[in-house]
Every structure is written in C-alpha cells, then in structure tokens.
Write a protein that binds this ligand. Structure first.
Ligand SMILES: Nc1ncnc2c1ncn2[C@@H]1O[C@H](COP(=O)(O)OP(=O)(O)OP(=O)(O)O)[C@@H](O)[C@H]1O
Ligand SMILES: [Mg+2]
Length: 474
C-alpha cells in the first residue's frame, strides 16, 4: 500500500461517484428529448404533407398546375422541407418544389405505379420521406412525395453530445481537483508516515519521528506512532544494555574461570606424566582411570570456557586470525587422535578419508576449533553410529565434510543452529549452543562457507569450504 496508489484510488473513486450518476441522468434525458424531437418531426412532416395534399387535390381535380405550384411553394418558408412533387394518377409529374440551396433534387419525372404508392412517413438516413395519397371525398387524384431534412434532429443530437463532452471535461477537472485536495489532506500525510516507518525498518533508527502539523485523526496517528517509536527505542536501549551486561559478565566470568582451570590442567597433566606409585596394583589402576576421567572433564571444561570467551570476543570485535601455513589433513588426523579416548568410550567407528596434504594459509588454532566442534557434535549427536570425515582440496579451496548417522536436524532448524545459544535437541544432550556459531564465525573470517544437509533421524552432514589463500580477519 503506497501513497501513490491511495491517490489514484481517490481519483478513481471521485470520478466514478461524480460521473456515473450524472452520465446516467444526462443520457436518459437526452435519449428522451431526441426521441420526442424525432416523433414531433415525423408528425409535422406528415401534417404538412396532408395540408399540401389537400390543396393539391383541388388543383389536380381542376387540372390547375399553377395552383398546385403555389401550394407547394408554401413549403419554401420552412427550410427543413427539401423538395416535394405532386403526381397525377398516371404517375406524371404535375407540380414540384425544390428548396433554394437544398442540394440535389430527388424529384422524379414519373412515379412508377402511383396506385401502389402507399401513404407512409419514414426516417431514411438524413431525411424524412413522406408519401401522401391526394384525394377528396374518397376519390383519389394523385400522389404527393415530400422530403424533409433531419438537420434539426442531427443538430440537437450533436448539441447534446457536445454538452455531454463539455460536462465530462468539467467533471474530470473538478474530480482531479478534489482528488488533489484529498491527496494533500490524507494520502500525502499517510505517505510521510509510511516513509518514516520504512526508514526505521531499513536503518533500525528509532530516533526519527513523524512530523504532522494537522489536528485530525492522521495527526493522532502520527502522535501514537511517535510515542510507540519512543517506547521501542527505550526498550531497545534496555535490551542492548542487558546484552552488554551479559557479554561483559561472560567475558569476565570466562577469564576468571580460565585461570584456576589452567593450573588444574597443568596439575592433571603432570600427574598423568608422572603418576604416583602405589604398592597396590588395583589402587594404581583406579587412580589412573580417575586421572584420565579428570583429564577429559578438564578438557571439556576448557572447551566450554574457551567457547564463552570466544563469544565475548566476537561480540566486542576482538577476534583476530593468525594466518600461517597449515596442513588440514594433518590437523584432522591430530584431532581424531585427541578424541581417541572419547571415540573408544562411545564405541563409534570413525572413518577418515584424507589427501596426503591439504595445505592452506589459515589460522591453525581456529581451524582446529572448527574440526573439534564438528567432530564433537558428530560424536555427541551421532548415536554411536559410524562417522566419516573427509578432506578434499583443489587449487582454490579446501573442503571438510563431517558425516554422521545420528539424530539429525530438521530442515526448519538448519539456519537457527548456527546462531548464538541456539540448540535443536533436548537438554539431555549437554552443551551451550555455541560450537556451530563460533565455527561459522571462524569459517567466514577465512572467507569460507559452512552448510548442513540433514533431516530429523537421518544423520547430518556438515560441509565447510574455505579458500586456500585468503587472509582476512573479523
Ligand atoms: N551432528 C549433529 N547432528 C544433529 N544435530 C546437531 C549436530 N550438530 C549440531 N546439531 C544441533 O545444532 C545445535 C547447535 O550445535 P552447537 O555445536 O552450536 O551447540 P551444542 O553442541 O548444543 O553446544 P556446544 O556449545 O557445547 O557446542 C545442537 O544443539 C544440535 O541441536
Ligand atoms: Mg557442539
């Protein structure tokens, strides 16, 4: 709905409302007037024919062409009579009349079969054709043929058409004026409001305000619109403030958590490297397995805290790449080795299809995060069914595909799962909903893309494509 279309609708509506009834009434009146005029002309032609025939009867009876001519000449006083002819009973022309300047005469020297000439009055094209029997006391003496011009009828039809046309032009002008006034009063102001709304939708700038100086419903609408904008702006500011507080908290909390975690990790690693000796073999075994469990949990905690830290870095734009030569094939092998304990524990078969080398200019730590996130998801949501990891390279790009046969993701969630804190599984599966978000940020920072092909219960295939030689930071 645009202002222009409202304007056009107003013009159309005004035109229809003004023109339709006027045209109907005018058309009806004109048709009636023209019909009356036609009837009147036919009647007056017939009457004139009767009068002339009356005189003609006497002239024919006494064979006085001169008197007949005089009777016919009376027609000359009315210019609508074009010509007339009086015939005797043998069909011979007895007397005739031709209007001065009346054009070509239609008077025939002989009327064929005068007995057959039936009295009639007809409208034929641009003339009225009158045939009258010339008789007296039941004795027929001849026939009168009279032609009357219909110019008066045409002139009045033309007159009506002309005034109708004029009226239409006047109404068109008046309705255009009315539509312009309506457009100025309503449509233009609504369009201004719509423009403000559009600007807000495009730029998300809630500081703009609608200006309307009227004192009617539209200005009330503008006022309501402005107070709504003020409210939205206030709430947006509150929401942004809440997000800022959350990001700040995340950043501080993850930093704070990282410090004790690092020392815990070092402790666990040194214990793993130099395990304490126990006289009892069974106790030694128990200690070793509980150390391995602690190590796994510490790594998991480290990943979660690392993710939280990354999210806060991304939020404040402090997420930079350290580009160097990296072999993706080697990296995938390393990551799978890192996960060997988890893989073994879950009983999942992980097949790896790798080229000998897949070297590119990437950030090694960040790229490793991509592989780790995708593999840990495949293990977590893979239902312990076989997983495949493939790497392929061409001159331009490297492609990493992680395919599992687990719970899968419904198509309606494909876009959502790459957003912050978004998850598409029950809370039984642990996680913060950050892995894919960070993964996508890293892939995009390398100028690449990530996509998912999956359906619920049908497993999932995540495909990452990154250019081999692009260096960009976010
Ligand atoms: N391989 C997969 N199969 C099925 N669903 C998946 C798979 N990978 C991701 N998902 C879905 O996408 C959501 C988001 O994944 P993401 O890795 O961002 O978060 P998470 O695994 O829930 O938590 P974390 O932050 O620990 O990674 C998951 O919660 C899950 O619903
Ligand atoms: Mg994950």
């Amino acid at each position: 709905m645009t202002g222009a279309s409202i304007g056009r609708k107003l013009i159309a509506l005004t035109l229809v409302l003004a023109l339709l009834p006027i045209l109907c009434v005018l058309g009806f009146v004109a048709a009636k007037q023209i019909r009356d005029l036609r009837t009147e002309m036919l009647a007056s032609s017939t009457m004139m024919g009767s009068i002339v025939a009356e005189y003609g009867a006497a002239a024919l009876a006494f064979d006085e062409p001169h008197s007949a001519q005089e009777a016919l000449n009376v027609l000359g006083r009315h210019e609508e009579f074009r010509d007339a002819a009086l015939y005797d009973m043998r069909g011979r022309l007895f007397a005739s009349f031709q209007q001065l300047g009346g054009g070509k005469s239609e008077v025939l020297p002989i009327l064929l079969d005068p007995y057959a000439a039936k009295p009639r009055t007809d409208l034929e094209g641009d003339r009225i054709h009158v045939v009258q029997a010339v008789d007296h006391d039941g004795v027929r003496f001849g026939t009168l043929v009279l032609h009357t011009s219909t110019a008066r009828l045409s002139a009045s039809v033309n007159g009506y058409l002309y005034s109708l046309g004029l009226l239409i032009v006047v109404i068109l002008l008046a309705s255009a004026l009315l539509a312009w006034a309506l457009e100025k009063m309503i449509s233009r102001r609504l369009r201004k409001l719509a423009e403000v709304a559009q600007r807000i939708a495009q730029k998300e700038d809630y500081s703009v305000r609608a200006t309307d100086t009227g004192a009617d419903e539209i200005s009330l609408l503008a006022e309501a619109f402005n107070s709504m904008l003020a409210e939205i702006g206030r709430r947006q500011e509150q929401a942004l403030q809440a997000v800022r507080v959350r990001d700040e908290f995340l950043s501080v909390a993850s930093h704070e958590l990282k410090t004790p975690l690092t020392s815990l990790k070092l402790q666990v690693q040194s214990l793993l490297e130099q395990p304490p000796s126990f006289s009892d073999h069974g106790e030694g075994q128990r200690m070793a397995s509980s150390l391995a469990l602690t190590d796994r949990q510490v790594r998991r905690l480290e990943r979660l805290i690392g993710n939280l830290l990354d999210v806060s870095r991304i939020a404040v734009g402090r997420f930079h790449l350290q580009i160097e030569d990296v072999d993706l094939a080697l990296m995938v092998r390393d990551v799978v080795a890192q996960f060997s304990a988890e893989i073994a524990r879950s009983g999942t078969a992980v097949a790896v299809v790798l080229p000998e080398h897949a070297v590119g200019r990437w950030d090694p730590l960040r790229l490793e995060q991509v592989v780790v996130n995708l593999l840990s998801n495949a293990l977590k949501y893979g239902d312990a069914k076989p997983i495949e990891i493939r790497v392929a390279v061409d001159d331009e790009r490297a492609r990493l595909i992680v395919h599992d046969r687990g719970v899968g993701v419904d198509a309606s969630n494909h876009a959502r799962i790459f957003e912050r804190f978004e998850r598409a599984v029950s809370v039984n599966y642990g996680g913060l909903g950050l892995g894919l978000y960070i993964t996508r940020q890293i892939v995009q920072a390398h100028g690449g893309t990530i996509g998912v092909d999956s359906a619920l219960g049908q497993g999932a295939t995540f495909t990452v494509e990154i250019p081999r030689r692009r260096q960009e930071a976010i």
